[in-house]
Structures are given as C-alpha cells and as structure tokens.
Design a protein around this ligand. Structure first.
Ligand code: EPU
Length: 431
C-alpha cells in the first residue's frame, strides 16, 4: 500500500506550475476518435485518468506515439472497433463514457461499459441518453454496457438539458459534430473544459459555436481532420494550491493559469484572508491575515465549483467562526468529513449541508482519501496540522494531480510518498 506521509506545520513559499486540465484532456482524447488524421495533443497531464483514455484509444486501434512526457501523437485514421469492450478498463475513470458519444458520432454505433469515477452519490446519465436519442440513436443496456445505434445516421436536434451537466454537454457535442444538420444544446454546462473541447473540435474542422454561453450550436460536418492542440491549464489544480496557502500560510506564485477561470473561487478565498494577484498567466497568492469563516454554495460554472468544495472546507475547518456549505451538484460529496473529524475538525454534515465550526488547529492522524478532491482536501489538512498525517487511498489523488508530492515539496511542504506492506503481505500474519 502506498501512503502520503506529511509532517504538518510548514508555511509554503516559491513557485508551482499547474498542469493541464484533467477534465478537458479526457474529453479531448475521446474527441480524437472522431478524427481521421494525426492529432498531436500537447500538455497532457501525467495522471492515471489520462493513461486510461490512451489505453482505450489504443485498444480501439489508434496508433499512439509519445513525443515527450506530456505530448502524444494520436492517429485514429484506422480505428478497428466502435466497442470499448473491457468493463474493467471503462470502470477505471468517469470519462470512458465520452467514447459513447465520439464513437457514435463517427460510426453511428458504439458499445461502452458503464464508467467508474469518484463515488459522489448518484451519477445519472439520463441527459446523455436523452441527447443521443434526440439525435436519432436507439439506446439500450447490454451486459453492463450502453449500446447506442443509429442505423439511419444521426440528425441534428434541439436538446434542452434538465441541468447543465458537464458530461452530457460533452457527450452530446461529441456525437453531434458529425451529425447531419444543426444541433442546439440548450442549458449546457459552461465550464472552461467544455469550451476547450469545442475549440479542439473546431481546430479539427468542426463547426461548434456558443460553447461557454447558454446555447451551443453545432453544424454537423462530414469528417474531422487531425490537428495540433494544447490543452488549457487546470483551474482546480490551481485552486488546490491556493487552498494550501490559505491553510498553511506563506506566499506562492502559481504559474500557468488563466486567472479568469479562477474567479469562481478566488473571491471566496479572498474573503477567507488570502490575497490573490493577477499576473497575466500566473497568480501571486499570499495569506494576509488569520482565516475568516465564509459560506458558499456549489453551483455550475461560473458558480463555486463542486470540485473545490472539499479543499475549501479543509481550510474553513481552521478558520475563525462557523461556515455553512451547501453542496448542490452531487448528492454525497461530504464523505471525507469523517476523516477531517479524526484530525480534530468540528464539522456536521447532513445531506447537502455541512456546518464547519473552525478550530484553532488540526492534529495529524491516519486517514483515508475516499475520492480525488477529498484526497486533495486531506493533504491540505495534513500540511496545516500539527504532527504527522498518513493518508491512504492515494490512487484516487493520483488520478487527477500530476507530480503532487514533488510540487508540494518544492513549495517547502514536508510530504513524502511511502510504500507500506499490505497487511496480508506481512509474513506470518495469516499463518
Ligand atoms: N446528472 C444527472 N443526469 C445526467 C447527468 C448528470 O442527473 O444525465 C446529475 C449528476 O448526477 C450530478 C449533476 O448532474 O448530480 C452534475 O453532473 P455532471 O454531469 O455535471 O458531472 P460529471 O460530468 O459526472 C464532471 C467532472 C467532475 C465534476 C463535475 C461537475 C469529468 C470527467 N468529471 O462530472 O469532476 O465534479 O463535472 O463540475 O469531467 C473531479 O474532477 O474530481 C470530478 C469529479
């Protein structure tokens, strides 16, 4: 078993470079399956969610060549199959389900096993299905896989989403770019990664307009060619380092960011006592006073992102006063609170609401990361706590953060990755 071991209590100083956006990269990799030329995708983060998308492409018959640690040349001109057969593989991340849309868009048929991803409560896909059906596909479930078939081809349609789902917006966009005629996605998600996918598709010859607004308009094209594309920086990774400075104190420069993408949470951290200065493609972050309480509600972009909820709660657990947090996106995204309580946090979570009564300090403990952003929150708590924190379940964290330990160590944090024998591997334990 691998753990992070953290000696808390150090202020953070120095510079950190943010990697590219996981949630853009996973969608764009699925989008390469729509193209019939060479795609060179630059700035891919080295994280396990990306490895899974590349492996799916490889098994579909894509030829993939690594150009450097973060750049891949992907040739999907001769995909062998429109089936993502391996249930085990599809379950390794959430974004495997983007191949339902992209393969359906290209081959008018796809078969993809149900995805995995973080356990955040119910993660329905009814809006994806509604969109595919509106485009003319028949959808069924067979042996745990979604089977999508459109023998007569896909036709553009008006699709109104019941909620601005990131996954449904992306999946429908992937299916619609090669459909016949116009598709309108109303009430779509407006997250930066949705816009980045649209930009990638347009660079490949698609005609997608309005991504980031209330209506996405897609005029179907017959084919898509390859392109060279560089993915946007990860707003949530940037936010994680901002939260770490808020919790630990100190001052850092976060490089490779689009400051506008950080507005949705930066003002909240400012309210807590952190100064964030826009430097163009970087931000300077400094905790300027003792932490203050703050209330927030998670909302679709440009509201406060659900992916920053846990890191922000870790900070508020040591702020002056009581904060009220309302999680409106996922039904069960406070499971990590029990772990923070082991560290001395005073948090009551009931359904979608958490009440965080700030304490003067947290103390190190042995804790478990139950999902990606929960894991980031526990690391932040461990960095700010007195004593030693050991975090297990770090595979969740490494699905989404590239070189997390190295980057934090460069900022002066005392964190290391350690291998421990699993209990059943200890000689004689089962004798
Ligand atoms: N929903 C439905 N029906 C649908 C689709 C969604 O009811 O057909 C509901 C979900 O159950 C959920 C809410 O709508 O309660 C939001 O779901 P959404 O589709 O927006 O989220 P997602 O696509 O499953 C992506 C990110 C998540 C991020 C959310 C919200 C990827 C691969 N995942 O998930 O990222 O939290 O959007 O911004 O892009 C993470 O990076 O840690 C992460 C969990």
């Amino acid at each position: 078993m691998t753990k992070y071991v953290i000696q808390g209590g150090r202020r953070l100083h120095g510079q950190v470079a943010v990697s590219s956006a996981k949630n853009a990269a996973v969608a764009i990799l699925a989008g390469t399956a729509l193209t019939e030329g060479l795609c060179v995708i630059d700035n891919l983060p080295r994280i396990s969610d990306i490895t899974v998308q590349l492996e799916i492409l490889r098994r579909l018959g894509a030829r993939i060549r690594m150009l450097n640690a973060n750049a891949m040349e992907i040739d999907c001109s001769r995909l062998r199959s429109s089936k993502v057969l391996d249930d085990e593989l599809a379950r390794q991340n959430r974004a495997s389900y983007y191949f339902i849309g992209s393969l359906l868009g290209r081959y008018k048929t796809s078969q993809v096993c149900m995805p995995g991803g973080c356990n955040l409560g119910v993660r329905a896909i009814d809006q994806h299905i509604k969109g595919f059906e509106a485009l003319g596909a028949n959808i069924s479930t067979k042996n745990g896989c979604v089977v999508a078939e459109a023998p007569a081809g896909l036709r553009g349609a008006h699709i109104y989403l019941d909620m601005p789902s990131v996954g449904a917006t992306i999946n429908i966009m992937l299916a619609a770019v090669r459909a016949q005629g116009m598709t309108y996605i109303e009430n779509p998600a407006k997250e930066p990664h949705v816009v980045d996918l649209a930009n990638f598709l347009n660079t490949c010859g698609a005609d997608v307009r309005g991504a980031g607004t209330d209506v996405i308009k897609i005029r179907g094209v017959r084919t898509l060619h390859g392109c060279n594309y560089s993915i946007i920086p990860d707003q949530i990774e940037a936010g994680t380092y901002i939260a770490a400075v808020a919790a630990c104190g100190g001052e850092i420069t976060v490089n490779n960011v689009i400051p506008k993408h950080l507005d949705c949470f930066a003002t909240k951290f400012t309210e807590m006592g952190v100064e964030i200065t826009d430097l163009g493609d970087a931000v300077f972050v400094k905790r300027v006073k003792s932490l203050s309480r703050a209330n927030f509600k998670t909302l679709p972009y440009p509201g406060f992102p659900t992916d920053m909820q846990a890191p922000a709660v870790a900070v508020l657990s040591i702020a002056d006063g009581t904060s009220i947090i309302n999680e409106t996106i996922f039904s069960s995204r406070f499971r990590y609170v029990d772990e923070l309580r082991r560290m001395g946090a005073r948090i009551q979570a009931d359904g979608q609401i958490a009440i965080v009564e700030g304490v003067s300090c947290l103390t190190g403990a042995k804790i478990y990361a139950c999902d990606l952003r929960a894991g980031a929150a526990l690391v932040i708590a461990g960095l700010a706590a007195f004593g030693i924190t050991e975090i297990s379940g770090i595979a969740h964290i490494e699905r989404g953060y590239e070189s997390f330990v190295e980057k934090l160590r460069n900022l002066g944090a005392d964190i290391r990755r350690e291998e421990y024998p699993d209990i059943e591997d200890i000689e004689g334990i089962n004798a």
